[in-house]
Ligand binder design. Structure first.
Ligand SMILES: Cc1ncc(COP(=O)(O)O)c(C=O)c1O
Length: 372
C-alpha cells in the first residue's frame, strides 16, 4: 500500500471553511449596509441563535473564544495569583486570559481514555477551567467549572446540547463548525454573570443605548464582536450548522467504532453522549516508537492525511508553565501528547468527508492494523 487511492487524494483539498451560502452573503451585505459595526442586531441575532442551539438561557457574544474565556475568568473574580485548576493537555488559547491575569496555573493530569479532566473538586478559593476535548464532554460538574467548549458545539448528552447547563465558552474561528473571521461567545444559566460579561466586553460600561466614561463602573475591554462576523455566525447557526453538526457526530461515531474494533486508541465516550467530533484522535500510546511511527507512515502512504495537535503538554510550554513549586506529575498528558495524533486535516476535517471517503478511511485502518 504505497500509493494513495485516487478517491482519497481529495482529502488533501481545502473544504473548510465552506464557500459562503447565498443567504450568508446576503446577511453580511445587510450588516454592511446597516452601517452598524458592533453591538447591533446581528450580535443580538447570533446570541439568540446560540441560545436556541444550546438551550442555554443567556448568551453573550465576543470577538473570540480567547476573549470570552478571559472575560469569564474576570467575571468570576479572577485576580493575580488566584489558583486556576486546569488539565495539562490542551490548547494554549484556553489559558491566554489566565496568563494575562497572572493566575497561578495548577495543572492536573488527564483521564488517559478521554484526554479530559478528571479532577479536582471545585473549591471556593480557586477556579476550574477545562475543555471538552475534541467534542467529548468533560466529566466535571458543569455548574461548578468554566468550560472551554470551543470544540463541542453540536455535542449532545441524553438528547440535550452539552451547553444547556453551566457556563461554556465557544469559538467561531476558521476551523470550527460555525466559522467566521473570528468570533466567540459565552453561554450561561447565570443571569448575573451574563450581565457582568456584557459590561466587560464593552469597556466596563453599564449596558445601555449610549457609551460614556461616566457609565464605566469596572475596568473592561473592547471585546465587542464585529457585526459582519456575527451576521455570518447567526446565519450559519440557523441554516447550515445542524447538518454540519450531525455529520460531525455521524462520521466521528463511524470512525471511532473502527478504531475500537482494530485496537487503536480512541476517546472513550459515555453512554448517551454523541460528540460532534471536532477532531478524531488516535494512536498507539504505550507502544514502541517504531510502531507508532510505522502507523502514521502507513496511513499517510495510503492517502489518509493526519495532523498534530497538542504535542507539548501545557505545563512544559514556556508561556504557560506551572508556577515554581507546582511542577505537576502528568504522565497521561505526556503520553497522549507524544503518541497520539488526529486524522484528516484542519482544512478538510472529518465532518466534510463523504460516506464513501469515510468507509475507505475505515477500511485502510483495518488493513493497516492487520499488517502492523
Ligand atoms: C480548545 C480551544 N480553546 C480555545 C481556543 C481559542 O479560540 P479562538 O480562536 O476563538 O480565540 C480554541 C481555538 O482553536 C480551542 O480549540
Amino acid at each position: 500500500m504505497t500509493t494513495a487511492p485516487a478517491d482519497l487524494a481529495r482529502l488533501r483539498e481545502r473544504r473548510w471553511p465552506p464557500t459562503p451560502t447565498t443567504s450568508q452573503t446576503h446577511a453580511v451585505e445587510m450588516a454592511m449596509y446597516s452601517r452598524v459595526w458592533t453591538s447591533g442586531r446581528y450580535t443580538q441575532a447570533a446570541e439568540e441563535a446560540l441560545q436556541e442551539v444550546t438551550g442555554a438561557p443567556h448568551a453573550v457574544a465576543f470577538q473570540s473564544c480567547t476573549a470570552a474565556i478571559h472575560a469569564t475568568l474576570l467575571a468570576h473574580g479572577a485576580y493575580q495569583i488566584m489558583p486556576l485548576h486546569t488539565p495539562a493537555f490542551g490548547f494554549a488559547g484556553t489559558l491566554t486570559g489566565a496568563a494575562h491575569i497572572g493566575m497561578r496555573l495548577l495543572y492536573h493530569d488527564v483521564d488517559p481514555d478521554t484526554g479530559n479532566s478528571v479532577d479536582p473538586a471545585p473549591s471556593p478559593y480557586a477556579l476550574v477551567l477545562t475543555p471538552d476535548l475534541h467534542g467529548v464532554p468533560h466529566a466535571l460538574p458543569r455548574r461548578s467549572v468554566i468550560t472551554d467548549a470551543c470544540q463541542s458545539l453540536g455535542t449532545l448528552v441524553d438528547g440535550r446540547h452539552v451547553g444547556a447547563r453551566g457556563t461554556s465558552c465557544w469559538s467561531f474561528s476558521a476551523t470550527k463548525l460555525v466559522s467566521a473571521p473570528d468570533g466567540g461567545a459565552v453561554t450561561t444559566d447565570d443571569e448575573a454573570l451574563a450581565r457582568v460579561l456584557r459590561q466587560l466586553r464593552d469597556y466596563g460600561a453599564e449596558p445601555g443605548e449610549h457609551r460614556a466614561n461616566a457609565l464605566i463602573t469596572r475596568p473592561g475591554h473592547n471585546w465587542r464582536p464585529s457585526e459582519l462576523s456575527m451576521a455570518m455566525v447567526a446565519d450559519q447557526l440557523t441554516d447550515t450548522f445542524p447538518a454540519h453538526a450531525a455529520r460531525a457526530r455521524d462520521v466521528g461515531a463511524r470512525v471511532r467504532e473502527t478504531l475500537a474494533d482494530v485496537g487503536l486508541w480512541h476517546q472513550r465516550v459515555p453512554a448517551g453522549t454523541h460528540p460532534a467530533f471536532h477532531k478524531i484522535r488516535t494512536g498507539l500510546p504505550g507502544e514502541s516508537r517504531a510502531r507508532q511511527k510505522a502507523l502514521r507512515e502507513l496511513l499517510e502512504n495510503a492517502g489518509v492525511p493526519t495532523h498534530d495537535w497538542g504535542t507539548v503538554p501545557l505545563p512544559t510550554h514556556p508561556t504557560f508553565h506551572a508556577h515554581r513549586g507546582d511542577e505537576p506529575h502528568v504522565p497521561a498528558a505526556a503520553t497522549l501528547a507524544a503518541s497520539t495524533f488526529c486524522l484528516g486535516t484542519e482544512l478538510c476535517p472529518p465532518w466534510t468527508w463523504t460516506d464513501e471517503e469515510t468507509d475507505l478511511v475505515c477500511t485502510i485502518l483495518e488493513m493497516i492494523m492487520e499488517s502492523l
